[in-house]
Design a protein around this ligand. Structure first.
Ligand SMILES: *Cc1c(COP(=O)(O)O)cnc(C)c1O
Length: 419
């Protein structure tokens, strides 16, 4: 059937304004994209199709934490390409055991479920929490409490868990079983807990939500509430995990332990992979056949994950992220101390936010013209996500560009405001 007859049989008949023309991309326009096509990367740098070079403080959204095309990981990937790609989870996959051991030896978790993305890892966490309460504890609990400004993914369950209205628009009805309360509002959290509550889920630093760190006292209170009411504590480490904040997992900065935590972004240097980790007592909840995904932990994905995690541990990248993060924040504070346009400079490790007085989208575009790539976290916050090997010289270079851009932009803004 050709396209015209397809449209006719669907009852549309004539071409309307939304019918694709030859000039339009064949990709759904669900992403707002910058006008740059990147074609090559090495370490902290990427190149576009016109040969322009950029210092990359985006890292594909906190993914390429070892820098672009890391050699050790690339060598393992090439080796695995000539060996075995995929067999399915009908069979044992030795590299899965190896990665699971690496992750559990270095965290409070005892069990791992492999998947392909952050949303899927959180979906698995929500499913595990429900199934534990319903099948192991026999309580029938199902509800998950999350926080405003959080981000947990784009599947129907995880966008419902997400505390941002914009990701939910047009997707009704949303699945039942979620409640969202304001962050750091303990009375609201306590009031939201009912006999149906199964878990509380949160990020240690709300990354997409504006690089907002959870206050330690609040986190302690959440952990205590979970113990008191028999709730599972789920920590979404999709962005904060894998060394980004200065510890392998961000919860390790605080004196608490989650029952479940989730990983994706930085776990495999850009190869799509995710993981959901849990304590040993949750094991019986995921009996054979209860949860699955075809591509979870393939030989190819686990080879890349193993090489990524081993490199992170050998090169002590979490510690490096802590040191370079302090250096980056210190330098930003020094260079932007005199700017009333900048309201706050914050973050943990190499997840850094600069909160400004007004929207920063134009600063991101101006940065691209100067050869520096970075992103936003909500309208008014600049988010910096360099790779964990980033050098002092590269940080100096980025801060020079950024502070000049911010000063220029702030002057322009205040000029416009007073004229
Ligand atoms: C990116 C992100 C997700 C979603 O991960 P995807 O791989 O895009 O599905 C979930 N939670 C947090 C905290 C994230 O930053």
């Amino acid at each position: 059937m050709n396209k015209l007859t397809q449209a006719e049989s669907a009852g549309t008949g004539t071409q309307d304004a939304s019918t694709p023309t030859k000039k339009q991309s064949a990709i759904f326009p669900s992403y707002g994209r910058y006008d740059i096509s990147l074609v090559k990367g090495k370490g902290s740098w990427v190149w576009d199709d016109k040969g322009n070079k950029y210092l990359d403080f985006t890292c594909g959204l906190a993914v390429t934490s070892l820098g672009h095309a890391p050699e050790k990981v690339g060598a393992k990937l090439k080796e695995q390409i000539d060996t075995l790609w995929h067999v399915s989870n009908l069979f044992h996959i030795p590299a899965q055991e190896k990665v699971a051991t690496l992750l559990t030896d270095n965290s409070c978790a005892d069990q791992v479920f492999f998947c392909n993305s952050g949303a899927e890892a959180n979906e698995a966490a929500i499913k595990l929490a429900r199934r534990y309460h319903q099948k192991v504890k026999g309580t029938g609990r199902y509800e998950v409490i999350t926080f405003e400004q959080s981000f947990h993914g784009r599947t129907l369950a995880t966008l419902t868990a997400t505390g941002q209205q914009k990701v939910k628009e047009g997707f009704l009805p949303l699945p039942a079983g979620f409640k969202t309360v304001p962050l750091h509002d303990l009375p609201a959290l306590e009031a939201a807990i009912s006999e149906n509550t199964a878990a509380i889920m949160l990020e240690m630093v709300l990354a997409e939500g504006g690089v907002l760190e959870v206050e330690p006292e609040f986190l302690n209170a959440v952990s205590e509430l979970c113990k008191k009411h028999g709730l599972l504590l789920i920590i979404d480490e999709v962005q904060t995990g894998m060394g980004r904040t200065g510890k392998l997992f961000a919860y390790q900065h605080y004196g608490i332990e989650p029952d479940i935590f989730t990983l994706a972004k930085g776990i495999a240097s850009g190869f799509p992979a995710g993981a959901m980790l849990g304590k040993g007592y949750l094991r019986e909840a995921f009996t054979p056949g209860s949860h699955a995904t075809t591509f979870g932990g393939t030989p190819l994905a686990t080879a890349v994950m193993a090489a990524t995690i081993e490199t992170m541990l050998e090169d002590e990248l979490p510690q490096r992220a802590a040191v370079m993060g302090e250096y980056l924040k210190g330098l930003l504070k020094e260079k932007l101390a005199d700017s009333s346009f900048v309201l706050d400079i914050r973050g943990k490790g190499l997840l850094v936010g600069i909160e400004c007085q007004s929207p920063v989208g134009d600063i991101v575009l101006a940065g691209q013209k100067q050869g520096l790539l970075f992103v936003t976290a909500g309208p008014n916050v600049i988010r910096l996500l360099p790779n964990l090997y980033v050098s002092k010289e590269e940080v100096d270079q980025a801060v020079d560009i950024l502070s000049e851009l911010i000063h220029t932009y702030a002057k322009k803004e205040s000029g416009e405001a007073s004229s």
